[in-house]
Design a protein around this ligand. Structure first.
Ligand code: MG
Ligand code: ZN
Length: 366
């Protein structure tokens, strides 16, 4: 009898030891299905620009590697035809707002961006653009101002959220200000390595990097910007990927819009193909990583780009621009990687923010 109970006790003891060893000791940390999100915005890049770029290119575009496609409606809260401020704010915060507003709702109340929420959750964050970093699109992810033209106030907002890496133009809005503040020093105090040339940006090993490589906007690719956008995209990913929790990165091809405003067919193709080169860098990383969702879209269409002639064989298009301004046509969304399927369908521009939250598992924000 005694022998039996001792045996029973030993069995129980061994069983509980086994179960403890199974439950209490965690194995290697599991990587969430979606750890990183890269949102790529071709400013003003409608289907006309994309179709033209596909035709003039001698190889398939990187964008064509995405097999999940959606369409988003771009209207703002006060205009059928949006500007980049309201559209950027919708993408960044999930709120429709008035044209010209940045990171505030239609009542002027500050609203949190996906970048700020990612930061609060311990992720690394970054912004890369060919425009000034203070321009409407990147500003929508970090600033809260009633006017997109308050560039100096927007620059000041960069001292409120520690975005780990930002690369773009806009040096003058930090350095040559009407209030005489020299925000370059303020950035350094906050731990940023501030670099003003592409060479220095690409050599930097700092985990906090402010690349302010042009006074305002960078020049066009044809006029000396070279491969700044794809190279900066690669650099930003290299730095942000050091955070084991993951990252959020927004990359903008900001001058597709400018080319379409100018009705400049050559520049429109150059800028769209340059953006696509950056898409290639990001997709290559995502393909190897396996835990990165890539979403490529536009904030709105510019120029009403119509293809009225051309030849696939000759890689030529003949374009017509019925307007030198923005249009209300829906813009495409291309998605790649885990969770990409969430982005198929037709939805409002505000829906992308909710899809990003759900992808990270942050839950819904009202
Ligand atoms: Mg822009
Ligand atoms: Zn525009």
């Amino acid at each position: 009898m005694k022998k039996t109970s001792t045996l029973l006790l030993s069995v129980i003891l061994i069983a509980s030891l086994i179960s403890w060893s199974l439950t209490e000791k965690p194995g290697p940390k599991e990587i969430p299905e979606i750890r990183n999100i890269v949102l790529m915005i071709g400013d003003g890049m409608g289907l006309g620009a994309v179709s033209s770029a596909i035709t003039v290119s001698h190889h398939p575009l990187n964008i064509e590697r995405c097999n999940i496609i959606g369409l988003q409606k771009t209207f703002s809260s006060d205009h059928y035809i949006t500007d980049s401020g309201a559209a950027g704010t919708a993408l960044a915060t999930g709120n429709k707002t008035n044209n010209g507003a940045i990171g505030v709702d239609s009542q002027g109340k500050s609203v949190k961006s996906i970048l700020e929420i990612a930061k609060e959750n311990g992720l690394a964050t970054g912004l890369v653009t060919t425009s000034a970093i203070t321009d409407a699109t990147p500003a929508s992810f970090i600033a809260h101002e009633s006017s997109r033209n308050s560039y100096e106030d927007i620059a000041k907002d960069f001292l409120k959220t520690d975005v780990d890496v930002f690369i773009g133009g806009g040096y003058d809005h930090f350095a040559f200000r009407t209030d005489k503040l020299y925000l370059i020093d303020s950035l350094k105090v906050r731990g940023y390595k501030v670099e003003t040339t592409m060479n220095a940006v690409l050599k930097s090993t700092s985990l906090k990097l402010a690349g302010l490589i042009a006074p305002v906007n960078s020049p066009s690719r044809l006029n000396g910007r070279g491969d700044m956008l794809p190279a900066s995209s690669r650099k930003a990913i290299e730095i942000l990927n050091k955070n084991p929790k993951g990252f959020f990165l927004m990359i903008e091809g900001g001058e597709i819009d400018l080319a379409a405003h100018a009705k400049d067919e050559t520049a429109l193709m150059e800028e769209t193909l340059d953006f696509d080169d950056a898409v290639g860098e990001v997709l290559n990383f995502a393909q190897n990583d396996g835990h990165t969702l890539v979403v490529i879209t536009a904030d709105h269409e510019t120029g009403g780009v119509a293809i009225i002639g051309g030849s696939i064989k000759a890689h030529k298009v003949l374009l017509n621009f019925p307007t030198n301004s923005h249009t209300a046509v829906m813009v495409p969304v291309f998605a790649y990687g885990p969770g990409a399927e969430k982005f198929s369908g037709i939805y409002d521009n505000t829906a992308l923010f909710q899809k990003f939250l759900a992808s990270y598992g942050f839950g819904e924000i009202k």
